[in-house]
Design a protein around this ligand. Structure first.
Ligand SMILES: [Fe+2]
Length: 231
């Protein structure tokens, strides 16, 4: 089955690429931690929402592109390697399918049972109009949690756990899934406090004119900006 057909049928596909291609994003991540980012590379930080007591000790951070220059680093890596095909796999127009948000997701230590969600939720956004692409940025330990997805469609049933599948993350393999249609969560796992599970995340949106206000609305709700200019 082609990646495109697989994505349309299952709302998820996996793409192989060169792990080395992520080097500019690794440099960005290390500069961020060393507090050495140049002024135009703006990175915002979101902490894990407090879901309850079991999340009180979770150290999860989203480092999101907060300027066009920062976003450009993520776009250039994607367009310069095998992952560029994502823009043909999702939607109906490569030029309109753009990286509208990008971030680095870092978890230090263990992660408890997560909350099922879809990334882009809006009544005006349909299937195959947005997507999320996730892959390990740094060497990925075998005891780290994978991506848990459910075959249940939003609104169909609440029985997510009974229809769950775990996708292991592998270096040099990225998981592409529908932004609105794929309900998912991080698989729970145990790790030492100093261990960091770090992923890169690109978020795609079809910037068709009627969807622009929809993405703006989602960005406002999620608290990080949407970039819809061409690339
Ligand atoms: Fe998510």
């Amino acid at each position: 089955m082609s990646k495109r057909k697989e994505f349309q049928a299952r709302r998820l596909t996996k793409l192989a690429f060169s792990f080395d291609a992520l080097e500019p994003i690794r440099q960005l991540y290390h500069s961020l931690h060393a507090d050495q980012l140049s002024e135009e590379i703006k990175i915002g930080i979101k902490a894990h929402e407090d879901y309850g007591d079991e999340f009180a000790n979770i150290k999860m951070r989203w480092y999101f592109a907060n300027s066009p220059e920062a976003l450009q680093i993520f776009r250039d890596v994607l367009d310069g390697c095998e992952l560029a095909v994502s823009r043909d796999v999702v939607g109906s127009s490569r030029n309109r399918m753009r990286v509208i948000q990008a971030n680095i997701v870092e978890i230090s230590g263990s992660y408890p049972e997560g909350r099922w969600h879809s990334d882009f939720a809006d009544p005006r956004l349909g299937m195959n109009e947005s997507a999320t692409l996730l892959t390990p940025l740094l060497p990925f330990e075998s005891h780290f949690g994978g991506l848990e997805t459910t075959s249940v469609i939003r609104g169909e049933s609440l029985d997510y756990d009974d229809h769950a599948t775990v996708h292991r993350y592998r270096e040099g393999e990225a998981i592409l899934f529908d932004g609105t249609g794929t309900i998912h969560r991080t698989q729970s796992y145990q790790a030492a406090e100093h261990e960091r599970r770090v992923l890169v995340c690109w978020q795609f949106g079809d910037v068709r004119s009627d969807l622009i206000p929809v993405f703006r609305r989602i960005g406002k709700k999620n608290g990080d900006p949407m970039f819809m200019h061409g690339h």
